[in-house]
Design a protein around this ligand. Structure first.
Ligand code: SF4
Ligand code: SF4
Length: 165
């Protein structure tokens, strides 16, 4: 019985103790500890790492990013381009000798270390500051970057202005 009454007392006092902290803050001016998200957004650190993006047009399929990844969440599959196919280049002029037909990143496994971005020779794999990408189905966090994208036929072509309709 004594134990029961003690538990009752502790339950009552600890609940009121925590409620008292909340009630005290109700009548204090907002000193910027809370913000009206999503109307107001907190500033991000300069080198914030939030979401990966691959500019697949510039990816040469070298796989250096996948080898650097500690959680093995980048899946790349490539094939050699045929000798008779016209040469294609990344926007920095690097020749693209492989056809990347799978470039998937599973962001559910990513630990946001950004180690994959540093060895990328064409700087096409980058960490962005985008952080609002919640989904209902975690399969939607597997990003498929290898889709048919236009490649530059030559390094000079990217300098050409787009043709007017
Ligand atoms: S940020 Fe780190 S864990 Fe995420 S894909 Fe890149 S290397 Fe892998
Ligand atoms: S390191 Fe860069 S160029 Fe190489 S496969 Fe990864 S994203 Fe593509």
């Amino acid at each position: 019985m004594t134990r029961y009454l003690k538990d009752l007392w502790y339950g009552w006092t600890t609940t009121w103790h925590s409620m008292w902290i909340t009630i005290r803050h109700l009548f204090r001016p907002n000193k910027g500890y809370t913000i009206q998200y999503p109307t107001v957004k907190a500033p991000l650190p300069e080198r914030a790492r939030m979401r990966l993006f691959n500019r697949i047009e510039d990816c040469i399929g070298c796989g250096q990013c996948a080898r650097a990844c500690p959680t093995d969440c980048i899946d790349i599959q490539t094939e050699k381009r045929g000798k008779d196919e016209p040469p294609v280049f990344a926007s920095d002029g690097t020749p693209i000798k492989l056809r990347t037909f799978v470039f998937d990143i599973d962001m559910t496994l990513c630990c946001y270390c950004a180690l994959c971005t540093f060895p990328c020779p064409t700087h096409c794999l980058v960490m962005t500051k985008e952080y609002e990408y919640a989904v209902y189905d975690k399969r939607d966090h597997i990003y498929h970057f290898a889709v048919d994208k236009p490649r530059y036929a030559s390094p000079a072509e990217k300098e050409q202005p787009a043709a007017k309709a």
